[in-house]
Unconditional design. Structure first.
Length: 281
């Protein structure tokens, strides 16, 4: 099992000016640095790849999906922008050696509408069409796409593993699977271990987060059950801690983070990693 840290723990947006993050994460004991690409124009991906290699840490690529990157949008120009953004992420993943691109790429985060069945069907069909396009682009480069269900307060599109699997069936591409996040699952799933087992071999990436998005292990989650479920499906991918910092107002507002969740962001990452290594041992 490889353990990772999300760039969101410390910085937003990630850029060429924050490459010291690789050494920080490596020195803490992380194997993977999950790089959230909010502003691609601020990232020279070949320079980033060199810095990560020098630090001795693997990079993974995660997307940030705002309203102008919505592949389920009724507006063609918005869908096209979303597709081009995902293709950029795929290109970046190829350069840094990330096996996947992850994130809620089916829609825009924060898009919450009570749609009629007909409107929801139309939105889903638009997302499926675009996902097929980007899955073909990714497959030619040996990259997987890990689609992340979010909780009901962040999206109306996909909240549960069941909904995720239904979407994957419609896309019908071997390289499209799921990223599951215990923070979102704690809100939406009635039984986290059972949901993980249901995902099975379609689980491509995993975020290990506490119920309050703070330090893994400092929570009420059934970590023994979660770990056993991952072992039962023979999951051997990344286990990434994703959290956010109140030091960056824009991202804190975006994820409704109104108070610090740990003594420091370094403590959150270090203590979370220590817990995960112990519980997975």
């Amino acid at each position: 099992m490889q353990f990772g840290a999300s760039s969101y723990i410390w910085v937003s947006p990630f850029s060429n000016d924050t490459l010291d993050q690789f050494r920080k994460a490596k020195d803490m004991g992380f194997d993977i640095y999950e790089l959230a690409v909010e502003q691609p124009e601020k990232i020279d991906i070949r320079f980033v790849a060199q810095a990560a290699s020098k630090a001795g840490i693997q990079c993974a690529i995660c997307g940030a999906f705002g309203p102008d990157r919505d592949i389920s949008s009724e507006r063609e120009e918005v869908r096209l922008n979303g597709v081009n953004y995902i293709k950029t992420l795929i290109d970046m993943a190829e350069v840094v050696g990330s096996p996947y691109v992850s994130g809620p790429m089916y829609s825009a985060v924060g898009k919450t509408r009570l749609l009629s069945p007909a409107d929801k069907l139309e939105q889903t069909e638009l997302a499926v069409q675009q996902m097929r396009l980007v899955s073909e682009y990714a497959a030619k480069r040996g990259i997987r796409l890990a689609v992340e269900p979010l909780n009901r307060f962040e999206t109306d599109f996909m909240n549960t593993v069941d909904q995720g699997l239904a979407f994957l069936m419609q896309v019908d591409a071997d390289n499209v699977g799921l990223l599951l996040d215990t923070f979102h699952m704690n809100i939406e799933e009635k039984d986290l271990p059972a949901a993980i087992r249901k995902a099975g071999d379609k689980l491509f990436s995993f975020h290990a987060c506490s119920n309050d998005r703070g330090t893994p292990g400092e929570d009420h989650l059934d970590w023994a059950g979660i770990v056993q479920a991952l072992k039962d499906i023979q999951y051997d991918g990344a286990v990434v801690i994703e959290s956010f910092t109140t030091d960056i107002t824009e991202i804190a507002k975006a994820v409704s983070l109104w108070r610090p969740l740990a003594e420091s962001q370094d403590a959150l990452a270090a203590n979370g990693l220590k817990f995960l290594k112990r519980v997975f041992r």
